[in-house]
Design a protein around this ligand. Structure first.
Ligand SMILES: C[S@@+](CC[C@H](N)C(=O)[O-])C[C@H]1O[C@@H](n2cnc3c(N)ncnc32)[C@H](O)[C@@H]1O
Length: 286
């Protein structure tokens, strides 16, 4: 069964609003509910969607100097692609995510990593534990408290990189519009708040508000490819923001709308290819 709520963290930007000014958990956000939604189709996410992040992880690691002798915490790590890549580079890797089934997969992939199920708004590590922190499409508008926690667990001089969908070209946009059109109004309101991070300066202001010195913003094109309709549907239905729509109207009603929305993305070889503006901001703890 596909049910849940508060699952906004993979939606494209829409209406411009300011980032939430208060250092608190976003209104209505229950980490275990977010984790429940993201864990529903964990295998499909891990095997069919997670590769969207490979370019931005590589770029962020280069900025942060991830490699032998460094320690990295990946916040909202999902099924652990960044953790696996950090471990493979020789770094000491840790990750946290609200979704137990995703952490189970991350642990199977990287048994040596320190992987925990938990809440990014209350990190279970002592102050100054890590040289670097990443969050790949895990920290969004209204998540200042998660950035404050990231700041706390970083050693002085340590760096952070956070990524999110930008306000440029997003082949995913029509698909997420289909999700939104079939979701409760309360969910769509939450999407507007979380997506505010895509606006110029919002991520920088959020990082600055919790004490970071912002170094730069950069971007990569995130590419997703699927060999056929069924695989594309399974991949897209695995994301958290699909869950409210699946709960409201059911897969039989949602599937044709999503497939119609993505029909033009199929190339002459029959491959569905999505290209998306993925931005990241790098900052340092003084
Ligand atoms: C867009 S996914 C990104 C996952 C991973 N970073 C990646 O790029 O593959 C967002 C993730 O945030 C996690 N999440 C949402 N709210 C959370 C919270 N309060 N604490 C920890 N993780 C959370 C979800 O479980 C989900 O895995």
């Amino acid at each position: 069964m596909d049910t849940n709520q508060q699952t906004n963290t993979l939606n494209p930007p829409s209406t411009a609003i300011e980032a939430h000014p208060a250092r608190e958990t976003p209104q209505g956000h229950q980490w275990h509910e977010a984790g429940d939604a993201w864990g529903r189709r964990a295998r499909d996410w891990a095997c069919l969607f997670e590769h969207y992040a490979s370019d931005v992880i590589l770029a962020a690691f280069a900025h942060l100097g991830i490699g032998p002798g460094t320690s990295l915490l990946d916040i909202a790590c999902g099924s652990g692609l960044a953790v696996r890549q950090a471990d493979s580079s020789g770094a000491r890797a840790a990750g946290i995510d609200a979704a137990g089934p995703l952490i189970d997969i991350a642990r199977a992939r990287t048994p040596d990593a320190d992987l925990r199920v938990g809440d990014m708004f209350s990190l279970p590590w002592p102050d100054e534990s890590f040289d670097a922190v990443t969050s790949i499409n895990g920290i969004w508008g209204g998540c200042e408290q998660a950035l404050a926690e990231a700041h706390r667990v970083l050693r002085p001089g340590g760096s952070i990189a956070i990524s999110f969908w930008g306000d440029g070209h997003l082949d995913l946009r029509p698909c997420f519009k289909a999700f939104a059109a079939n979701s409760p109004a309360s969910h769509v309101d939450g999407m507007r708040r979380t997506n505010a991070i895509a606006r110029p300066g919002v991520a920088e202001n959020m990082l600055g508000a919790v004490g970071f010195e912002v170094l730069e913003r950069d971007s990569r094109v995130s590419t997703l490819e699927w060999p056929d309709q069924e695989t594309a549907w399974r991949a897209l239905a695995s994301v958290g923001p699909a869950v409210p729509a699946l709960e409201c109207v059911g897969a039989d009603a949602l599937r044709p709308q999503v497939l119609e929305a993505i029909a033009t993305l199929r190339d002459d070889n029959g491959i569905y290819r999505f290209r998306n503006d993925q931005q990241f901001v790098v900052a340092r703890k003084g």
